[in-house]
Design a protein around this ligand. Structure first.
Ligand code: FES
Length: 170
């Protein structure tokens, strides 16, 4: 066997890249665990009746705690995480992920957008898990995990981290 036939030693660059991948896998696993922990940690809550929803009309409810305001809406187009026959019923926190700006009343139902936030104008796409469209926020809007039980819509968890309510810690 010639020297050039021997398997090459792992370069420093390859070693660092493989280490980085392991760190990313561990972080992804931790985030997934956190999401599942959040899902498991909240008691289900009946929040609306499917038959009572009107297209594009927001329905507000607190979850998982009093003061954690969310908005449920029938979009009229299928949305990520949507429930119902058209998978178009979704719910999201109304607290902006940038600095907690209030998004209540900022629904643009005809284009499935929540925002602009009154503080720094971030807008969120409700048909795609609340991703940021424009503005200062970098994190998607926390989405309420919904389940349908007959005609009853139940909140069973949150996906994403809700901007903290500082008044609770004052
Ligand atoms: S608080 Fe909503 S964009 Fe800054």
């Amino acid at each position: 066997m010639h020297a050039h036939d021997e398997p090459a030693c792992q370069s420093r660059r390859d070693f660092l890249l493989s280490g980085g991948k392991l760190v990313m896998l561990a972080a992804a696993s931790t985030i997934t665990d956190a999401v599942w922990a959040q899902r498991a940690g909240h008691a289900p809550l009946a929040v609306a009746h499917l038959s009572a929803l009107k297209l594009g009309e927001p329905h507000y409810f607190d979850y998982p705690q009093a003061g954690d305001l969310n908005m449920l809406v029938k979009l009229g187009v299928a949305g990520g995480g949507g429930i119902g026959p058209q998978a178009d019923v979704v719910a999201f926190s109304t607290r902006c992920t940038h600095l907690g700006g209030p998004l209540r009343g900022a629904l643009q139902a005809e284009i499935q957008v929540l925002g602009p936030c009154p503080r720094h104008l971030t807008t969120f796409d409700l048909s795609r898990h609340g991703v940021v469209i424009t503005g200062h926020a970098t994190a998607s809007l926390p989405q309420v995990v919904l389940e349908l039980d007959g005609d009853s819509i139940r909140a069973v968890g949150m996906q994403g981290l809700v901007y903290p309510d500082r008044s609770r810690h004052a």
